[in-house]
Design a binder for this molecule. Structure first.
Ligand code: NAD
Length: 432
């Protein structure tokens, strides 16, 4: 198993970041104890009838990390390398993240260990429905609200929402977010993670007195979060000089246009086999093909990591030449690499702040579903901008004021809110 897919120490690594936060905030021992373990960890076997008539059973999980501030909230990942350790870690990050941007949620996450690319569309739908049947007892608008993550999208959420409605014998749209708008999904949800990351980058660039036109950006990953980030950043004037996916990377000094790249990617064209510039398409005049991981060591202003966890680690961190890192993916930098970057004075805009756009708009979807309202896309985008900018400003100012990294400041903001809730709830008297 490669370093990127080794989850054995992921949760320990994630928790190790808590110690410094606990010390700095003087969090009482009982609240610390609660925050070190998930509330609920459910392992399920997900049976799927394959097109050829065989039955296959895939391992799956749903983990609810903490429910102090509200019901669990977090995506569902379909990936061959999903493990319980990974899902638990992702649920922990969701708990921190929701608190950082002041949402009334705890953290949750789900996953199925499966290669979705090896399934037909009907097999994928049966898998999605079977997974919901497996975890339905712990789901619901006031208990745990799933959403999309890697390899799951609005279409998959639509199937899941429909299955949950069947089980509940009624319409419960607020039980799942990231649904298609036709089924109560919020406008603006698909682009929300990328849009939110751009707001945070804008704020960071303004504080660093950098003009967008002077900022070069390399983007690792070209999926949902990365594409919308790259598209909106390009429109704002940032120079997207490189993008990659799981098969390779491309680079252009003068900057790439993300839209024609996505048009070709949707036709299953690999980055290395695309038409780069002719009479009808122009990604950029001069495009260079790079090996996938060469993107990570390019000399750029911002390296935006939008693929998977553990991409920058002890073995490659010293080759990173970017002036700043933007974590759009969850956990793309290990704690050892993070410490090394801090030593070198390379700022990191952390995942628990940078990728909160998705969960913020999921929250707006849940609010709309519960009130029966439908907001215009402009209203959703305006509310997203207002919330993420306000909370990001608090984090960046705190980092400066307390002379700590942006990550440490974000964790302090999130953990302070959760720990305060734990104390107010009286849970610290549990053992009396
Ligand atoms: P996605 O499945 O749409 O895209 C993932 C992309 O990463 C794909 O293009 C894939 O080819 C690429 N990739 C995989 N391994 C790679 C590698 N080693 N090098 C380069 N590219 C690689 O997933 P997504 O929804 O865009 O999520 C990406 C990350 O963002 C995940 O960490 C996810 O948890 C996080 N995230 C997503 C959302 C959301 O709303 N989609 C919200 C918050 C966080």
């Amino acid at each position: 198993m490669s370093r990127q897919t080794d989850h054995a120490n992921l949760f320990d690594d994630a928790r190790s970041r808590l110690e410094a936060v606990f010390e700095a905030l003087d969090v009482p021992a009982d609240a610390r104890e609660r925050l070190m373990q998930p509330n609920l960890s459910l392992q399920v076997s997900v049976p799927v009838r394959m097109d050829d008539g065989r039955l296959k059973v895939f391992p799956g999980w749903r983990v609810q990390y903490n429910d102090t501030l509200g019901p669990a909230k977090g995506g569902i990942r379909f990936h061959p390398n999903v493990t319980q350790e990974e899902v638990t870690t992702l649920s922990f990050w969701m708990a921190v993240k929701c608190a950082v941007v002041d949402l009334p949620y705890g953290g949750g996450k789900g996953g199925v260990q499966v290669d979705p690319k090896a399934l037909s569309r009907l097999e994928l739908e049966r898998l999605a429905r079977s997974y919901v049947r497996s975890i339905a007892d712990v789901m619901g608008p006031d208990r745990d609200i799933p959403a999309p993550d890697v390899n799951t999208n609005a279409m998959v959420m639509g199937w899941m929402a429909d299955e949950f409605d069947h089980l509940a014998r009624g319409k419960v749209p607020a039980a799942i977010t990231g649904k298609p708008p036709a089924l109560g999904g919020s406008l603006g949800r698909v682009a929300a993670t990328g849009r939110g990351a751009l707001h945070v980058l804008d704020l960071w660039a303004a504080r660093a007195e950098r003009r967008t036109e002077d900022v070069t950006v390399a983007v690792q990953g070209f999926g949902n979060a990365a594409y919308h980030f790259a598209r909106l950043a390009h429109a704002r004037g940032y120079r997207i000089v490189a993008v990659s996916d799981s098969k390779g990377a491309i680079y252009s000094e003068e900057g790439l246009d993300p839209d024609p790249i996505m048009v070709q990617k949707r036709r299953n064209q690999r980055l290395h086999d695309m038409v780069y510039c002719n009479d009808s398409v122009c990604i950029a005049e001069n495009v260079e093909k790079l090996d996938r991981d060469d993107l990570l060591t390019l000399e750029v202003d911002v390296l935006a990591l939008a693929a998977l966890e553990n991409q920058i680690h002890e073995d490659n961190v010293d080759q990173v030449r970017a002036k700043a890192l933007l974590e759009i993916a969850n956990g793309p930098v290990t704690s050892a690499a993070d410490a090394r970057l801090e030593e070198r004075g390379v700022p990191v805009i952390p995942d628990v702040l940078a990728n909160t756009g998705g969960v913020i708009v999921s929250y707006y979807e849940w609010v709309q579903n519960r009130t029966g309202e439908r907001w215009a896309e402009e209203e959703v985008n305006a509310r997203l901008a207002e919330r993420i900018e306000r909370q990001s400003r608090l984090v960046l100012e705190r980092a400066e004021r307390e002379s700590v990294s942006n990550r440490q400041a974000a964790y302090r903001q999130g953990i302070e809110r959760i720990a305060n809730g734990i104390l107010k709830r009286g849970n610290c008297q549990d053992s009396d």
